[in-house]
Design a protein around this ligand. Structure first.
Ligand SMILES: [Zn+2]
Length: 242
């Protein structure tokens, strides 16, 4: 990354930092080294699933605090040309606001990310997660739901539209299994949408375990962990669902 690009990046970041902290943060960040390397095979081997989950939680704290690591992505890609040794596979929603690498402050080579509306599971997603874990060596699978999910709202409101209809049908079991005293089971009911979002994550994890022998065996042996998480876009906070 050229100096001018770094300057532009810092200016962009500065726009997101409250005025009171801006000067100090910029001064600090200009002293931070630019990360150019990627995770190696040896480093990946030394990591445990719990260490990776801790690292994702720490990365999310940096995201929330506006102190993302500075990375030279073009240099990182060149370093990763001969191999990639990811820490985790994340199944997330297609939503443009769910920028998974930023949310966990990770860079090139760190995460395999499958994005599909409503973070639903199908055969291809299962195959992708299996590839990420069994072949590429990732040790954590995260199903990441998010607040204000248009897919969840549309599924609740029974939207019909081309191939979207079949996709949204995969969210229906989550809707049906949320029992609420509140009779307002609509996409406008924020609490109901939240409950369906969490249930959708839980059911996706159950489907992964039921339909992927490879992943369920890896989990039983302690080689991987499969966890759910919920991303709140208002705060930036990811809550891991234990
Ligand atoms: Zn969504």
């Amino acid at each position: 990354m050229k100096i001018t690009q770094i300057g532009l990046y810092l200016i962009t970041l500065a726009a997101c930092i409250p005025d009171s902290n801006k000067k100090l943060r910029l001064a600090d960040r200009q002293l931070m080294p630019l990360v150019e390397t990627v995770l190696t095979e040896e480093e990946q081997k030394r990591l445990t699933p719990d260490m990776i989950i801790d690292s994702l939680k720490a990365g999310n704290k940096r995201f929330v605090n506006g102190s993302l690591t500075l990375r030279d992505h073009s240099a990182q890609v060149r370093h990763a040309v001969l191999g990639q040794y990811p820490k985790a596979v994340v199944l997330a929603c297609i939503d443009s606001r769910v920028t998974v690498e930023d949310i966990f402050d990770k860079g090139i080579g760190d995460l395999f990310i499958a994005k599909v509306a409503g973070n639903v599971v199908n055969e291809d997603i299962l195959g992708s997660i299996e590839f990420g874990c069994k072949v590429a060596g990732a040790k954590v699978v995260i199903v990441l739901g998010h607040e204000y999910c248009g897919a969840i709202k549309s599924a609740i409101d029974e939207v019909k539209l081309g191939n979207v209809t079949n996709l949204l049908a995969k969210i229906k079991p989550a809707i049906d299994s949320v029992l609420v005293v509140d009779k307002n089971r609509s996409g406008k009911n924020k609490d109901f949408v939240h409950s369906v979002c969490l249930q959708n994550v839980h059911l996706a994890i159950r489907t992964i375990r039921e339909k992927s022998q490879i992943l369920s065996e890896m989990e039983e042996k302690g080689e991987i962990k499969i966890v759910g998480a919920d991303y709140d876009m208002e705060t930036g906070v990811v809550t891991f669902l234990e």
